[in-house]
Design a protein around this ligand. Sequence first.
Ligand code: ZN
Length: 315
Amino acid sequence: MRKARILKLIGGWYTIEDLTTKAIYDAKASGKLRYMRLEEDSAFLEQVTKRVKKEIQIKQVPPKVGDIVSYDDSDINKPIQEIFPRKNELKRPDIANVDQALLLFSTIEPHFNFNLLDQFLVLIEKADIKPLIIVTKKDLVSLQELTKLKNKLSYYQKIGYQLYYVNSKEKSGFDDLKKVFTNKVTVLAGQTGVGKSTLINALMPELNIETQAISRALGRGKHTTRHTELYHYYGGYVADTPGFSKLDFNIFNKEELKQYFIEFEKYNHLCQFKNKCNHVYEPNCNVKNNPEILLSRRENYQKFFKEIESQKERY
Ligand code: ZN
């Protein structure tokens, strides 16, 4: 039995890469794929059916891109036998064991969207993935506007997030950015228009052909769904994915939200209800009105919290 990483899944065939030899094979999921014991807090996000909720469910979990698996090297179909516990996983894009997410935002067209940034940060923090903020099209705004944006964004650096400014046309900012890919599995996220394909093409010309082929195919047939695939890049892997789902508040417990606003914890101790404080309705809250916390972060937190609350009431 040998270990491999799944790089791609198309039509029931997995492309796997042996962890030691780096040899690449087409593999099938074995009929004997090991059954998993699934609990609510297991390493797999697999839904446990309502009937057996809180109990253990035994079922086969389908392997996904990014999974570390064992396979039978002696069999020509290299059948996948077992999926090792996932470090983390995302549903859309469907991928496991991601180290970091590059969150792409443009200065303009579309305008930098702080609400969306905070949504992505919550989603990525919840998935236990490291977020990095990448600002594209820095050449398309005036120096004055760029300085204003940089000032506001420096808050995110202060609370611990890495921030990169790039200009895909001149490839400026690329040297620093490339280094973050080494030894990491990276996904890219960003809304339409932020220049994701432009950045990928400029940063990773070796992936160029693939991206163009895909966009051509997309232009022709509506049925073409892009698949998720891991590419070797700068000593790590980068996932070209069909897109990122926006934050689904339905899966959230409102009490949980505050932990994904990573800087709030620092201020908890002065809230009247300490760690129990949700920083929304409680009196003497040290987060709600704290000028040290960026105003738009506090506002977005309140918005998200109330959205979760109203969803809970509806169901
Ligand atoms: Zn509070």
